[in-house]
Design a protein around this ligand. Structure first.
Ligand SMILES: *Cc1c(COP(=O)(O)O)cnc(C)c1O
Length: 431
């Protein structure tokens, strides 16, 4: 049984998994309904009825508010747009600091820069991969104006604690909840614990509309500002009677009627789409629970994890092999896994060279924060040596998938001595 595929044996999983297919008849009918209506967008960029979009957009927002138990939902054309609008609505301006986790998708930090804000990177927690609250505290300064917490891989950051901290300092908590729809912390939905929550509806997420996003808030004032930034604020403020012009420079971040109609169908079946990922991930975690040197994802007590990424950690010393060798061997067995997630964001050229808006270093010239290797050691260690991820949203994993993947992992684990020898040989050849 222990002829590892990487050493010439038969792969444990012979048939490749198919991509997850989430579009069904309801989505098809939704598209037809909108096309037949002839109106593919109901938005007007002026202070009139069309300012809030057409019937599908408004119905989708109302249904989202109902499902996620929030007062306002403002749809946008991506989570990137939503994050940008949230930073604008929060009143961030040049030189204001926005604390973000080191490990996240780049848009989390880029959103701050659009308004001249300075991203300040907090390290992540080694168990949950989410922003570490101790590191957040250590990075607070008199210039901190907001925190963007990311509910990474589908699990809540320490949201209630962060919200309390923000309320104490009078700053805004934005949740980047792109990866965690229906995840909860103490019974409350992620995306509704901060002042503003931002969801993604891009093709790779749990439910999608191709491209799209949702902002949620219980705050009437922030909701108004989000709607203005979404839809040409500068042309609307006068008629709307808006007094405070801070960041009332608008964009076109509007969702189409087509996307909204598809989104309504996706939302109606969201429990199924998320339940499948959760069932798979829970079974896979149980399947690898007893393999020394591998740690399945840890779920915080009283939290629901929805597994945008199922991420285990490898202990290279205990296993005697490098994480990347393990991943190569797993891939050879047919396990659709990848090493690491994105590198800590402060390693991007934009931060290391301090060039973002214009070519002269704005807004970094307003700050003496530096970026470079060593800034967040936990994020760097996890990225370089520990995380092995599988994307339940990408694949059509059936009931047998968790078991076959777990046994492929167990096979490689059992063959780790042979793998270590192979690794030593490869290294020798390379050197
Ligand atoms: C996907 C993602 C985004 C961006 O979402 P888009 O809708 O593609 O703009 C932002 N943050 C995180 C954490 C994401 O996973």
């Amino acid at each position: 049984m222990n002829d590892l595929a990487i050493l010439g044996g038969a792969p444990a999983i012979a048939e490749p998994f198919r991509p997850y297919a989430s579009m069904g008849e309801a989505e098809e009918q939704a598209v037809v309904r909108v096309v037949r209506s002839g109106c593919l967008s109901g938005f007007y960029g002026s202070w009139e009825e069309g300012f809030l979009g057409g019937p599908e957009v408004q119905a989708f927002e109302a249904e989202w508010s109902e499902r996620f138990d929030t007062t306002h939902t403002i749809s946008v054309n991506s989570a990137t747009s939503g994050l940008m609008a949230a930073v604008g609505a929060a009143g961030i301006g040049p030189g204001d600091e926005v604390i973000v986790p080191a490990t996240t998708m780049s848009a989390t930090a880029a959103a701050a820069l659009v308004y001249g804000g300075i991203p300040v990177f907090a390290d992540i927690d080694a168990e949950t991969f989410c922003i570490d609250i101790g590191s957040v505290r250590a990075n607070l300064s008199s210039r901190t104006r907001a925190i963007i917490a990311v509910n990474l891989f589908g699990q809540a950051a320490p949201l209630a604690e962060l919200r309390a901290l923000c309320d104490e300092y009078g700053i805004v908590l934005i949740e980047d909840n792109a990866q965690a729809p229906l995840a909860t912390e103490d019974g409350q939905f992620c995306g509704t614990i901060g002042h503003i929550g931002v969801f993604s509806l891009n093709y790779h997420k749990h439910i999608h509309t191709g491209e799209g996003g949702m902002c949620t808030t219980d705050d009437d004032h922030l909701a108004d500002r989000l709607r203005m930034i979404r839809n040409h604020a500068e042309a609307v403020v006068e008629d709307a009677g808006t007094q405070d012009l801070t960041n009332m420079l608008g964009f076109n971040l509007r969702l189409t009627e087509l996307s909204a109609a598809v989104g309504r169908a996706q939302l109606a079946s969201i429990d199924d789409h998320i339940g499948r990922r959760e069932t798979f991930a829970t079974a896979l975690s149980a399947g690898v629970a007893n393999l020394e040197g591998l740690r399945p994802p840890k779920v915080r007590p009283d939290c629901r994890h929805v597994y945008y990424v199922w991420a285990m950690r490898s202990d290279e010393d205990a296993l005697g092999i490098a994480r990347d060798t393990l991943v190569t061997a797993l891939q050879a067995e047919g396990v659709p896994c990848f090493p690491a997630y994105v590198a800590p964001l402060y390693l991007l050229p934009m931060f290391r060279q301090r060039i973002a808006v214009g070519g002269d270093g704005f807004p970094f010239t307003l700050s003496d924060r530096h970026y470079g290797p060593g800034l967040c050691p936990v994020a760097e260690q996890l990225h370089a040596h520990e995380i092995i991820g599988i994307e339940p949203c990408a694949w059509a994993f059936d009931d047998a998938a968790a078991e076959s993947i777990a046994s492929a992992i167990a096979k490689v684990h059992a063959g780790r001595e042979a793998l270590a020898n192979w690794q030593a040989g490869t290294a020798g050849r390379v050197a």
